[in-house]
Design a protein around this ligand. Structure first.
Ligand SMILES: *Cc1c(COP(=O)(O)O)cnc(C)c1O
Length: 429
């Protein structure tokens, strides 16, 4: 009794763990409606949608006033719910429709040796998303998309993918008994293609880029009846990716870092985190939002180009080419949302070369023991460049994103050989 009294004094009068658990246990959500991200036109959230009438992404809106009244920060921090589901009050999924592979809270990993080597005196922190099911952050978005497909009665889903999205969709569809068809560019890393196939999806290689795979999905909709889960062409993957921002807020004790570097392809994660920060701000739970940085590759930089030229929308990038396959996205339907987030947050876009990416991946692995994916390493290359250009100062708190396990990508050959039948030359070790 006394303990409860003191806790109430410390944390505020409306702390009540049972309250939160009860709300999360109800088969209800706080969703109010969907809205077109360009015009604000409203759509009914209980129906199945892809894009808005004018072909732009739809966003989920919540009764934030009701959430604010009923839930407090400490209640969330002490729940037993795991991973992204602890933020269910800001998600559209009813409890009975959660499709889960036990998503975890992904760790913040500091790069202290790297930091010394580059003379950076701020905080250098990696949000390591490789811990998620199917070893990439695509799990967050597809976990939500498949859960919502279950909720809305969808029976067949199809996706164009550079690898990780297809694997995540296949995994969650298997769990939800939903048929899954996946189209990959033929030069998608082999390990990704095999993973998608192993997870039971009907898997096809296409002699084209991801947007051309997307065209096949779009044009087949009527005849096959499949639901198109392309990046931002349905409302719910953003909601899953949004949980990266919610987790960061909680992990940083509701005081967000100064800058977030995000490797940007379709931009779901950047848009999603920015949406999360705005929702948290409206709830009154955070006061300062980070600068958002869209990292792209020299060989595929449509967002960088549009942002630099002060345009609202981006043009198709011809002949996209980069080792960081996750950001080889020549055109993004959410281009204006990415650029809006960069501008609203006082952030920027920046590009790096494949050579920098691979050198930095090896450098970080050897210095701090974290084998990042090329897209993740690109965020570090971008940080170094930003420091040089004065876009980030030397004492700031910086978060990089490692979006997938480095093990999903080709690594250097090993050519040192020892013949067990010969005398080993120990002098060389
Ligand atoms: C998809 C992907 C990205 C890009 O993420 P978006 O949110 O779609 O911009 C970056 N890295 C990896 C490893 C990915 O799979």
């Amino acid at each position: 009794m006394l303990y409860v009294y003191i806790e109430k004094l410390l944390i505020g009068s409306n702390f009540n763990q049972d309250n939160y658990d009860q709300i999360m246990d109800l088969n209800q959500t706080f969703v109010s409606h969907l809205s077109c991200s360009l015009t604000g036109e409203k759509y009914d959230a209980s129906k199945i949608h892809n894009l808005s009438k004018i072909g732009k992404p739809l966003l989920v809106n919540y009764h934030l006033d009701q959430i604010k009244e009923r839930i407090t920060k400490p209640e969330i921090s002490q729940t037993n719910l795991n991973g992204l589901w602890k933020y269910s009050f800001l998600l559209p999924v009813e409890k009975e429709n959660r499709v889960s592979l036990n998503e975890v809270l992904t760790p913040l990993v500091t790069l202290n040796n790297v930091k010394k080597k580059i003379d950076f005196s701020g905080d250098l922190i990696v949000k390591d998303e490789s811990y998620l099911p199917t070893a990439s952050f695509k799990a967050r978005g597809l976990c939500l998309a498949v859960s919502m497909a279950k909720q809305l009665g969808i029976k067949h889903m199809a996706i164009p993918t550079n690898g990780n999205a297809g694997a995540a969709l296949a995994a969650y569809c298997a769990r939800a008994n939903i048929k899954c068809t996946v189209f990959c560019p033929e030069d998608t890393p082999e390990i990704n293609v095999r993973e998608i196939n192993a997870l039971g999806a009907d898997t096809y290689l296409v002699n084209g880029f991801i947007n051309e795979c997307g065209k096949i999905v779009f044009e087949g909709k009527e005849e096959t009846g499949w639901f198109d889960v392309s990046t931002l062409k349905e409302p719910y993957r953003i909601e899953g990716k949004k949980t990266m921002g919610l987790e960061l807020a909680e992990q940083f004790n509701w005081k967000l870092p100064d800058v977030i570097f995000y490797p940007t392809g379709g931009g779901t994660g950047l848009i999603g985190m920015w949406k999360a920060f705005n929702e948290l701000e409206e709830l009154g739970w955070i006061s300062k939002k980070p600068r958002m940085v869209a990292v792209q590759s020299d060989g595929c930089a449509p967002i960088f180009k549009a942002w630099k030229e002060n345009k609202e929308f981006a043009n198709l990038w011809e002949n996209p080419k980069t080792v960081a396959s996750g950001i080889r996205v020549p055109i993004a339907v959410g281009d204006f949302l990415i650029i809006r987030a960069l501008n609203e947050s006082n952030g920027f876009s920046i590009t790096v070369s494949d050579e920098e990416i691979l050198n930095d991946r090896d450098f970080i692995s050897k210095q701090d023991g974290l084998l990042m994916c090329p897209e993740g390493a690109a965020t570090f290359s971008a940080l170094k460049k930003s420091l040089k250009q004065g876009l980030v100062s030397n004492n700031e708190k910086v978060v990089l994103f490692n979006c997938a396990s480095g093990l999903k990508y080709p690594l250097s050959d090993v050519n040192s050989y020892i013949d067990k039948n010969k005398k080993v030359d120990y002098s060389k070790f």
